[in-house]
Design a protein around this ligand. Structure first.
Ligand SMILES: *[C@@H]1O[C@H](CO)[C@@H](O)[C@H](O)[C@H]1NC(C)=O
Ligand SMILES: *[C@@H]1O[C@H](CO)[C@@H](O)[C@H](O)[C@H]1NC(C)=O
Ligand SMILES: *[C@@H]1O[C@H](CO)[C@@H](O)[C@H](O)[C@H]1NC(C)=O
Ligand SMILES: *[C@@H]1O[C@H](CO)[C@@H](O)[C@H](O)[C@H]1NC(C)=O
Ligand SMILES: *[C@@H]1O[C@H](CO)[C@@H](O)[C@H](O)[C@H]1NC(C)=O
Ligand SMILES: *[C@@H]1O[C@H](CO)[C@@H](O)[C@H](O)[C@H]1NC(C)=O
Ligand SMILES: *[C@@H]1O[C@H](CO)[C@@H](O)[C@H](O)[C@H]1NC(C)=O
Length: 658
């Protein structure tokens, strides 16, 4: 007892000096109307409490339990703000935003702040008592653009805020969401120095990560900021200033400090007005991992489709799953070296693309193989996806006309659905019906082609092997020789230096691949590049030519991406191997072309988990000539406008049961 007292005295002596360094405010979590919110530590504006006694007003109205007053900032150019203006605002905000809710006008002492921007000196708020009581509004403040107003230290965009009546500080409102599908590594909010920090909040009672999102009402899209207020998440292989990059490996995450700059590809998206809400899980070092047994360091995200226990593919698993699961998220970015965008887009039933190689800078992004690495974006809505694509891939030309040449492969490279058809053949019918609609839209008919025989007929004379042989080891040679030299070796050396010569833990999938890479002769990489280039040149010459002045690509090459087959996450899949072989998914990888995944339907299956019929996504891949990405984006927007494709829903069903 005595000792505690002594400590107390000692602490009190140092109080004035030490308080600032000991305490750091990390924000506040609270519930409003039953919904969880986060109040960040740093205010965005302030009401002058000396000129305007906010606290007295609060006390008059029975005091506060939370320490904050909810405020709705409503812009108005009208001299009078009445019931109908309030009703119209409530209606519009409910439709537009998930952060503001009517609870901001109800309950404990809620205020509205009319941000009056007109020229009259005597605007008035004329809410009837009925309207005030209906909402429980205690007070309507008005902006200071006239003599009777209440000033804010800096103007605020419309939307919900929290006011601390003691200090007059006004804070933004973040709605908190539970990452039920475990797609995220963590949530982010802007720090005070141009970067980001990890959100410190938690949804009360949640057992998984919490993601915070700011009100959409704070943002207004403009031509300079076309995606303002929309939200995105970033696969944890992209550097963001202030945050660590973990690449799906715990030792790697812990070893390297927070990054000091943001990858240019991410910065370009931030420049569009997009709001970064978190980092999503990557399978380890962006290598292929199958749920659940390959995922040793991280737990695999839960694909929401079907019974909720299907593999979400990899490596951009968290990004694909997050877009499929969460209506409050608009986009997530991932990467594709050998299928890491297209696999998760297919399994999770969302739009997702591998762009032409070189479409955006990959500086400050973890490498798998620089000759093959690309950056893609997941979305649920083709129109929004198109806007994001045109912004991100700014160096490509936009097109509004589309090719009339549809190519569909018939050999085994063509499809998983031909070699592994689902029991009832639904997916095959879905593909055929969709391609018929596409034929009608483009006023053309498909050309079926056999790549195997076309290659044998038209391959360069100095190559004798069939495609399946020339390209069998090309992919594993490139990724394993590149990733061992660019990542594994420096990582092992840095880790050993920091841990008295110890090795870091590495998941079985990347380790198996790296071991293969270390076994190869030094000449293998150059040989693989020759084979890749041979295929790329052939594909651009004999299969899909570019350079069309009106449509960029002379044709569109289609192949089935996912066909509703099950891969249960509770099934043991055996040890990981080296990804040998050639398939249609490798075409864009070697040919450097775009390959864009579009959800077109669902296939039923009898779930061993639920004992009921459930549905999994059916998706189609669209390949065009290199650099023709924006033509494909515009095609998808046009197809959505024409009702040939539709936005996808979140949750178990891709098309919401319709
Ligand atoms: C005033 O605010 C209203 C509502 O946001 C807006 O429609 C109007 O354009 C603004 N007027 C001026 C002069 O800024
Ligand atoms: C795209 O164009 C911008 C602006 O000209 C340039 O800064 C950037 O380096 C280019 N990016 C790529 C990947 O070529
Ligand atoms: C494609 O061509 C190869 C080589 O000529 C042939 O063996 C195969 O049967 C063909 N596939 C189909 C589906 O026609
Ligand atoms: C085949 O010849 C072309 C043109 O001379 C050359 O670029 C390519 O590397 C050669 N391919 C092989 C496998 O030797
Ligand atoms: C591909 O390479 C692996 C490993 O060398 C070999 O086992 C397999 O038979 C090869 N497949 C083809 C089609 O050449
Ligand atoms: C390159 O192609 C030749 C056949 O043309 C094949 O024997 C060799 O294994 C291939 N190597 C790689 C690394 O792709
Ligand atoms: C599900 O099981 C029922 C009963 O065995 C069968 O009739 C039906 O075809 C199955 N459905 C699918 C999609 O496999």
């Amino acid at each position: 007892m005595g000792r505690v007292r002594l400590l107390f005295v000692a602490a009190a002596v140092g109080c004035a000096v030490a308080a600032q360094t000991v305490f750091q405010h990390t924000g506040t979590t609270l519930l409003l109307g039953g919904l969880p919110y986060f109040v960040p530590p740093t205010p965005v504006s302030q009401i002058d409490v000396l000129a305007y006694d906010v606290l007295a007003l609060v006390d008059q109205n029975g005091g506060l339990s939370s320490g904050f007053v909810p405020i709705s900032v409503i812009p108005s150019g009208n001299t009078e703000f009445g019931d109908s203006a309030l009703a119209a605002t409530v209606q519009a905000w409910k439709e537009k935003d998930d952060v503001w809710s009517e609870a901001f006008l109800k309950g404990e002492c809620p205020w509205i702040y009319i941000a009056y921007n007109g020229s009259q000196d005597s605007p008035s708020v004329s809410l009837t008592d009925e309207s005030k009581e209906g909402y429980g509004i205690q007070l309507a403040l008005r902006a200071a653009s006239y003599s009777g107003g209440v000033d804010l230290s800096s103007p605020l965009p419309s939307g919900p805020y929290f006011l601390d009546p003691l200090s007059g500080n006004v804070f933004e409102a973040y709605r908190l969401y539970d990452d039920e599908n475990q797609a995220f590594l963590y949530s982010t909010i802007p720090d005070d120095s141009g970067g980001y920090e990890v959100l410190s909040a938690k949804v009360p009672g949640a057992a998984t990560e919490t993601i915070g999102v700011p009100s959409r009402l704070y943002f207004t899209p403009t031509p300079e900021h076309p995606l303002a207020g929309m939200r995105f998440a970033v696969k944890d292989i992209y550097d963001v200033q202030g945050l660590r990059t973990g690449c799906g490996n715990r030792a790697y995450w812990a070893l390297y400090p927070p990054r000091t700059q943001t990858a240019p590809a991410v910065q370009r998206l931030l420049d569009s007005g997009l709001v970064l809400v978190g980092k999503t899980k990557s399978s380890q070092f962006a290598n292929g991992e199958v749920a659940t047994d390959d995922w040793v360091d991280l737990h695999a995200p839960y694909n929401p489709r079907g019974d909720g226990y299907q593999d979400g593919s990899s490596s951009s698993t968290g990004s694909g799953t997050a877009v499929a699961a969460y209506p409050w998220l608009d986009f997530a970015i991932g990467s594709d070296t050998g299928g890491s965008m297209r696999g998760p887009a297919g399994a999770n039933g969302v739009f997702g693309n591998r762009p032409s190689h070189g479409a955006v800078s990959l500086d400050d992004v973890m490498p798998l193989s620089p000759a093959l690495d690309t950056a893609g974006i997941f979305a649920r809505d083709a129109r929004a996806w198109t806007v994001a694509g045109h912004w991100w891939y700014q160096n490509f030309t936009a097109y509004s006309q589309f090719p009339q040449n549809i190519l569909f492969p018939v050999d085994s490279f063509g499809s998983s659905y031909l070699t592994h058809p689902p029991a009832d053949g639904t997916a095959a019918a879905t593909f055929n019906n969709f391609i018929q609609k596409l034929e009608d839209f483009l006023r053309t008919t498909r050309t079926e082609m056999n790549l195997t025989s076309l290659w044998l007929e038209t391959k360069p004379s100095n190559v004798s092997s069939p495609l399946s042989e020339m390209l069998n080891t090309t992919y594993p040679v490139l990724i394993t020789t590149d990733q061992t030299s660019l990542l594994a070796e420096p990582f092992f050396a840095d880790y050993a230096a920091a841990h008295e010569g110890r090795k870091p833990f590495v998941d079985p999938a990347p380790l198996t691949r790296w071991t293969y890479g270390w076994s190869l002769p030094a000449s293998a990489h150059d040989e693989a590049i020759v084979n890749k280039t041979t295929f790329m040149d052939w594909f651009a010459r004999e299969v899909v030519r570019g350079g069309d002045p009106n449509t960029c690509s002379e044709g569109i090459f289609l192949y089935p991406q996912s066909s509703g087959r099950t891969t249960y996450r509770n099934a043991y899949s055996g040890p990981p191997g080296t990804p040998f072989g050639f398939s249609s998914g490798r075409i864009a990888v070697f040919a450097e072309t775009p390959d864009m995944v579009v959800p077109i339907g669902e296939a039923p299956y009898n779930s061993t988990i639920t004992g009921k019929t459930e549905y999994l996504p059916v998706t189609l891949s669209f390949v065009a000539a290199k650099g023709c990405d924006l033509m494909l984006f515009s095609l998808f927007a046009a197809l959505q406008d024409a009702g040939v494709i539709s936005p996808v829903s979140t949750g178990s069903r891709v098309f919401g049961g319709s």
